[in-house]
Design a protein around this ligand. Structure first.
Ligand SMILES: Nc1nc2c(c(=O)[nH]1)N[C@H]1C(S)=C(S)[C@@H](COP(=O)(O)OP(=O)(O)OC[C@H]3O[C@@H](n4cnc5c(N)ncnc54)[C@H](O)[C@@H]3O)O[C@H]1N2
Ligand code: MOO
Length: 401
C-alpha cells in the first residue's frame, strides 16, 4: 500500500496536458491557450468618435460651422473638416480628416438645419476621440500561453479577428458505476438493491470540473458486460469506474482492465476512506487513457475524486499539476483518531476566530456510505495516521469542498 503523496506522484507523471486543438470562439470558455496570441491589427483600427456630436478643428475660430455630412458607425467620411465646416458624427464613427475633437450634440447650439454655433472655445484637441491603437498595436501580445479563457478573453480574441485558436481541449471523461445491486433513482428498490448515487455524482463532478462527461450506463458484475463498457470508456481521455475494485469475489474491475491493456500504476492507498483506489494508464492507437477505479462506497468515491481525479483533470486540461490545497484550521470540538491510515473526515466551518483562523467542527460521520453527512460538510479535515486525542484549539489541515 502506498501513501497519498506517492499515489499523487503516479497521477502527476501520467497527467500531461492533452494535445492542443484549434477551436472556434464559441467553444473556448474555460479552456487554456496552448500558444501566445498577438494581435494582427491595431485596436481600435481607426480614430473614432466616443460620442454623438460634431467633429471640429479646435483651432478654427469661425463663428459658425456648416455641416458637410453625417457619418454613422460603420460608414466612412467623404468630406474633410475645413475652416467654417463640421462633420456630424455618431458614436463609433471614424473621425474625418481635418477634425481633432468631437463635441456632444447637446453641448452645441443649432442655428439652422445644417448650421451650428462653433463650440470650439475651451475644447481640448483630442477631446471625445479614441485614437487608433489606443488599446493595443498590431504585433502586441494580448493573451499569454496557458491562460484559462474567460468571457473577456473570448471577446478580445473576437476583437482581434481570431476566429479560432489553439487550446488544450476539454478532457472527455467516461463514467462507469458498477454493481449488480445498483438501480437508478427512478426505479423501485428490490431486496438487496441500492440506488446508484455514484454515477450521477461523478457525471456532475466531471461537469463541475469543466470536463465533458460521458455516461456509460451501469455495469453488471459480469465479465462480458464490464469488458464491453470498459472498452467503450477506454476511447476517452479518462475512465472513472466506481465499485468492484476491492477484494470481493465480484470485484472484477482490475483484472479486466489488465486484460484490456491498462497498465496498473497503483492499487490501494493508505487513506480512509478510499483505500482500494486503483490507478492505471492505457496507451493505444496514439491515445492515452487514465483509468481510475474508485472504491464503490459513495464517500470513498467522492473523496478519491477530489484528491486524485480532480488534480489529474486539471493537469490534462493544461493547468500545472497541483494537489488540492490544504489550509490551516483549528478544531472547535474534541476529536479522537484511531487507525493506521490518515483520515479525511467531513467537517463544518464555524466562524473564523478573532485572529481570522478558520474554525472547524468534525461532523458525526458514519463512514464511507454516509453521503448525507458529507453534504453538510464544508471541508475535509486531514487527520494523520495514529491513535491520539485532539482537543478544541488543536491545529488541523483542511481541504475545502
Ligand atoms: N476484504 C476486504 N474487503 C474490503 C476492503 C478490503 O481492503 N478488503 N476494502 C473495503 C473498502 S475500504 C471499501 S471502500 C470497499 C470498496 O469496495 P469496491 O470498490 O469493490 O466497491 P463495491 O464492493 O462494489 O461497493 C462498496 C459499497 O458501495 C456501494 N456502491 C457501489 N457502487 C455504488 C454506486 N454507484 N452508488 C451507490 N453505492 C454504491 C455498494 O453497494 C457497497 O455497499 O470495499 C471494502 N471491502
Ligand atoms: O476506504 Mo473504504 O473507502 O473505508 O470505505
Amino acid at each position: 500500500m502506498i501513501s497519498v503523496d506517492e499515489a499523487l506522484d503516479h497521477v502527476r507523471r501520467a497527467a500531461a496536458p492533452l494535445p492542443a486543438e484549434r477551436t472556434p470562439l464559441a467553444h473556448l470558455l474555460h479552456l487554456r491557450l496552448a500558444e501566445p496570441v498577438a494581435s494582427r491589427v491595431d485596436s481600435p483600427p481607426f480614430d473614432k468618435s466616443m460620442v454623438d456630436g460634431y467633429a471640429i478643428d479646435v483651432s478654427d475660430s469661425s463663428p459658425t460651422l456648416r455641416e458637410l455630412e453625417l457619418v454613422t458607425a460603420g460608414s466612412v467620411p467623404n468630406e474633410t473638416v475645413i475652416p467654417g465646416a463640421t462633420v456630424r458624427v455618431m458614436t463609433g464613427a471614424p473621425i474625418p480628416a481635418g477634425a481633432d475633437a468631437v463635441v456632444k450634440w447637446e453641448d452645441c447650439q443649432l442655428l439652422s438645419d445644417l448650421e451650428i454655433r462653433n463650440p470650439a472655445a475651451g475644447v481640448k484637441s483630442g477631446s471625445c476621440i479614441i485614437r487608433r491603437g489606443t488599446s493595443f498595436r498590431a504585433g502586441q501580445l494580448v493573451l499569454a500561453a496557458g491562460k484559462r479563457l474567460g468571457p473577456l478573453d473570448v471577446a478580445l480574441l473576437a476583437e482581434i479577428g481570431q476566429a479560432e485558436v489553439a487550446v488544450i481541449p476539454r478532457p472527455r471523461v467516461a463514467v462507469l458505476p458498477t454493481g449488480d445491486e445498483l438501480v437508478a433513482a427512478h426505479e423501485p428498490l428490490g431486496p438487496g438493491q441500492i440506488r446508484n448515487s455514484n454515477g450521477p455524482m461523478l457525471l456532475a463532478a466531471v461537469a463541475a470540473a469543466d470536463c465533458t462527461p460521458i455516461d456509460l450506463g451501469v455495469g453488471c458484475d459480469d465479465p462480458d458486460d464490464l469488458r464491453t463498457r470498459i472498452n467503450q470508456g477506454l476511447a476517452h481521455d479518462v475512465l472513472l469506474v466506481s465499485g468492484g475494485v476491492s477484494a470481493g469475489v465480484k470485484d472484477l474491475v482490475p483484472g479486466i482492465l489488465q486484460e484490456l491493456g491498462v497498465e496498473q500504476q497503483f492499487h490501494q492507498v493508505r487513506i480512509k476512506p478510499g483505500k482500494p483506489l486503483y490507478f492505471g494508464v492505457r496507451h493505444a492507437a496514439g491515445r492515452r487513457t487514465l483509468v481510475f477505479g474508485l472504491p464503490g462506497n459513495p464517500v470513498s468515491t467522492f473523496v478519491s475524486f477530489q484528491l486524485f481525479v480532480l488534480p489529474a483533470l486539471r493537469a490534462l486540461a493544461g493547468a500545472p499539476f497541483k494537489p488540492i490545497a490544504a489550509h490551516d484550521a483549528q478544531l472547535t470540538m474534541p476529536f479522537e483518531h484511531r487507525g493506521k491510515r490518515p483520515t479525511y473526515h467531513p467537517c463544518r466551518q464555524t466562524a473564523p476566530d478573532a485572529a481570522g483562523v478558520l474554525q472547524v467542527e468534525p461532523l458525526d460521520w458514519r463512514g464511507s456510505s454516509d453521503l448525507a453527512t458529507l453534504t453538510r460538510a464544508t471541508h475535509l479535515a486531514a487527520f494523520p495516521a495514529g491513535d491520539y486525542q485532539l482537543v478544541p484549539g488543536d491545529d488541523v489541515q483542511v481541504i475545502p469542498l
